[in-house]
Design a protein around this ligand. Structure first.
Ligand code: XIL
Length: 371
């Protein structure tokens, strides 16, 4: 253990040194290693059986340290029929991560989407509680001690801050949330447990509802560790992200940017891509500026393969690599910001002192990720 840690420290010092000299000589450094040099745990992305061997795998392995499975860990894939569990694909993702020195954010346990019809049809309280517990015990238990985090509940709110009308809320009311967290904690005491949500990017009833819910959960001693802000953003509506991340951090929990992309209203023009560059830098800086922010995960590599293409066809070009897998301006902006140590933020100048300040473990107390 000690040897591993000091080896990691050595590698981190080396990265720090590379970054410190980067002003004079351009040095290739991964987004992940640069995030770590800025005191964070990781820069992440999505992975699944389709991209493990696809044309993006070089970028995925080279740039990122934390991975969220895009499909194969969702309820409809793990337990499509009651009591019949399918772990072939999720195991393949876990094994890919371990073979490549990467970590996993499990995604996701209780979500209204991608659940099988048999779950949606449940009307009995006891039955649904048992089903939730069983699903969480099996899924979380299978990867116990092997994942960094789990998105325990996902997207529980409507835009107006009321609870979404999912089977979980209809049958159990708000109680499904403490139940899910308590079950997950028991199934893997080492995983960081997240509540994950979108449109927490600007002031309004939705983020207010999230903050109120977290306070209620904390008052009931519910084992919740962190808030994930998906940050599926629309270009032109990004400026408030840093301020809202600070509000989420005011709960005392960890926070993370969990599914970052910034979609552009079609037609995509050079001017709009230019604006997107600045927006990517702003979000990155927003995380650097908040000590509680553990890291940023993208939701995809190439614009060609983004979920936005099908889900939101009026928009395009949401990611940091174009359709030909070339780095876009957005990549350059994030890379540049991380090299400078988030200039203008409280992390500025951190690049030289980070290794000393944090020792073997970061503020977030978890094992460090490989470079
Ligand atoms: C999306 C995937 O990217 C799609 O391919 C799939 O069809 C649906 O799910 N919020 C989430 C993610 O938490 O799980 C979603 O991922 C995107 C929105």
């Amino acid at each position: 253990m000690t040897r591993t840690l000091s080896f990691i420290n050595l590698r981190r010092s080396f990265t720090t040194l590379l970054l410190a000299t980067a002003g004079y000589h351009y040095v290739e450094a991964s987004l992940n290693s640069m995030m770590q040099a800025n005191g964070k745990l990781y820069f992440g992305n999505i992975i699944d059986t389709n991209t493990m061997q696809g044309n993006e795998d070089g970028v995925l392995k080279g740039e990122f340290g934390m991975f969220t499975p895009e499909y194969s860990w969702k309820w409809n894939r793990i337990q499509p029929e009651k009591g019949k569990f399918h772990f072939n694909d999720s195991d393949a993702v876990m094994e890919w991560a371990e073979a490549n020195g990467k970590q996993i954010r499990g995604h996701t346990l209780v979500w209204h989407q991608n659940i099988p019809d048999w779950v949606d049809a449940i009307t009995d309280k006891e039955d649904l509680m048992k089903v939730i517990k069983d699903h969480i015990n099996k899924a979380v238990g299978r990867y116990k001690g092997r994942v960094y985090a789990w998105d325990v509940v996902n997207e529980v709110f409507n835009e107006d801050g009321t609870f979404r009308d999912s089977v979980f809320y209809r049958v159990l009311g708000e109680d499904f949330i403490p139940l899910a967290f308590r079950t997950a904690r028991e199934a893997d005491p080492n995983a960081k447990l997240y509540i994950n949500e979108y449109n927490l990017d600007y002031a309004g009833p939705k983020i207010d509802a999230m903050l109120n819910l977290v306070h209620r959960l904390q008052a009931q001693n519910v084992p919740i560790d962190a808030i994930g802000s998906q940050t599926h953003l629309t270009s032109g509506r990004v400026n408030e992200v840093p301020a809202q991340l600070k509000r989420l951090a005011s709960t005392g929990l960890d926070i993370a940017v969990t599914e970052l992309d910034i979609r552009i209203k079609r037609p995509v023009t050079p001017a709009k891509l230019q604006q997107q560059k600045g927006e990517y830098a702003l979000v990155t800086k927003g995380c650097l500026e908040v000590p509680a922010c553990v890291g940023i995960s993208m939701w995809g590599v190439s614009d060609q393969n983004s979920w936005v293409k099908e889900a939101l066809p009026a928009f395009g070009a949401p990611l940091m690599w174009d359709g030909n897998l070339r780095r876009k301006g957005a990549y350059g902006a994030v890379d540049g910001l991380l090299r400078k140590g988030g200039e203008g933020s409280e992390m500025a100048g951190a690049k030289v002192s980070v290794t000393r300040r944090h020792g073997g473990r970061g503020r977030h107390g978890k094992r460090r990720l490989s470079l």
